[in-house]
Design a protein around this ligand. Sequence first.
Ligand code: GCW
Length: 723
Amino acid sequence: MDRIRNDSDRIIRRAGRLPFRESGRVVSLLALLTVSVVNACAAGPEDGYELWMRYRPLADDASRSLYSSRLRTVTLATPTGADSPTLAAARQELADGLKGILDLEPRILLVRSETNESLGSDGFTISPDLDEGIRIAANSGTGVLYGAFALLRRIQTGRNPDETVTSVPRIQRRLLNHWDNLNRFVERGYAGSSLWEWFHLPGIRSARYRDYARACASIGLNGTVLTNVNADALILTPQYMERVAALADEFRPYGIRVYLTARFSAPIQIGGLPTADPFDPDVRAWWQSKINAIYAHVPDFGGFLVKANSEGQPGPQEYGRTQADGANMLAEALAPHEGIVIWRAFVYQADNKEDRVKQASSEFDPLDGKFHANVVVQIKNGPLDFMPREPFHPLFGSLKDTNLAPEFQITQEYLGGSVHLAYLGPMWKEVLEADTFAAGPGSTVARVADGSLRKRPLSAMAGVANTGTDRNWTGHPLAQANWYAFGRLAWDHTLTAEAIAEEWTRMTFSNDEAVVRPMVDLLMGSRETVVNFSMPLGLHHIMAEGHHYGPGPWVTHERADWSAPYYHQADEIGLGADRTVTGSNALEDYAPELQKLWGDQARCPENLLLWFHHVPWDHPMKSGRTLWDELCLRYQQGVDEVRAMQASWNQLKGRIDDRRHTDVSERLIRQESDAREWRDACLLYFQQFSRRPLPAGVEPPEHDLEFYRSARLRYVPGHPGDQ
Ligand code: GCW
């Protein structure tokens, strides 16, 4: 023992400062760990399956000794002290992780501890314990499990083992939404088929179920909606119920509860009733008995997610009832079982002449205060539809007496599928930190979401999953970072996007500073790069029709709200949608402070300019250039940035495993050519209106406009029309 201590002391002296990263990116001992991690990469196959839970050995003897000396015993403390499947999962993870990373087989003890109210049901404390051990204390097995993953993360990322860490999630329901159909097609999924093998269930259970649950639990997620919001009533039949129960059984030890989407017309489709009117007693009785049956199979069933009266989905409005009437009917049936209803606010109608980005506010604002306590209204981050950049959704500010959950899209429907590199941490933080001014300055979306702004009883956050059967789960190897970031932010929205990117990089690739720094920089800039080459300056919804991959500013559809000109409004005068008082006045849905700021063309942030204003082509921008020149140069900048990403990725060759390096390189090559296509197609299209030449510095387009307009992609992954 003493010898080990001496060894580690020596390292500290040699490094000349603290051996562990305290916060930020300070490193010293990590330099020593580097060699080992690189070696480990060379030793084993790296196909991305293990995600951020690779548990590769630290070959460096000294660092291993240092950690090992603190990990002779790991004590897991809960108020009951009793064993459970969840504690067994925590022990297994610790045993596997510590064996893998440190070649250590510590004693793992279960003990009783006092309840610590401040930790709630899921929080944990990791602290140094007597006798060279570490103690993980929580009020539940799940809290201990989260603590176990956190401990492993700290070791993987070189954190000080002697520091006491307490962590409590800020959001109660941290959910993935899978847009998975029962035939295993994943709507807007770019990483293969659905993970749920409905045909083989319940008897045959893929090993991936457990690994999926581990991955989710490792980042603090605690629920999964298994099915697409474009829902199939069949999932509610007995045949599927036992399959759902099998998945729930697989996930339960990891603290993951199962939720389903409910098709509002199910009483007609599978119940044989003539109506689905939420006020009809037979309909209410049908749902009650259906919900009772679900709980008989899945006692901890989370509840229903519902998309109603939107994009062809049935809903209460067909019977002259409101969205709240529909939600409350289900909520009443779920309440005895402590289930919840997550009711989506993504609504807009083809025949509604009102600006599409106003429609959800018009429909939901009058319903504020009318939803039951076990209903959460789930709101996309922006008022349109997961564009590369949108202002936050005004409902976050206007609904004051309703439980609200932000919905983010982890899958990259409008950001290049699994081809383009776009780390979405910065985008989600932008929204979470946006000030709604709803209860004065500082009323951020994050504070609305976690319920702290208005002391709401129920909080939730949802991410539309980017997972599939691809070996590496997410298609693009670096898109794993988005799954990771979503979970980490749902747990703690105060974490920075950069800190999360750094954690992920260290765990998923390497602690080598020559890898960490460039990779974090690459991730951090990547979303803005996609904005620049696709929809800069507040442009939106100018993507190709249907599959949404690539440019389509010319797209016109019989539905105006599915046509690009509805959004970009290009004409001889200028570009952009006027949403001020002189236009649709969608601005009025925001707080007066924001109306003033965003409504003033001179003060509106340029990254939202064309979202709110129709701006003359010669309008002087902050750079001193005209709008037209600025637009052209932004598109060019996007292309240049992809090239810079390629150059910096190439520098990593040899420092990380070849397989993942090559995979990302190939995708970057395609991204560069896609970026050029976006630039050329959009500029040629808009040039018809601006009638101005491309400014110096913009590469001339490779083809004419007709070439881009007539290009057709077939069988694009994730497109429901192509399945
Ligand atoms: O973004 C759009 C997608 C649809 C999706 C819909 C929604 C599941 O193009 O594929 O349907 O949003 O969020 O309901």
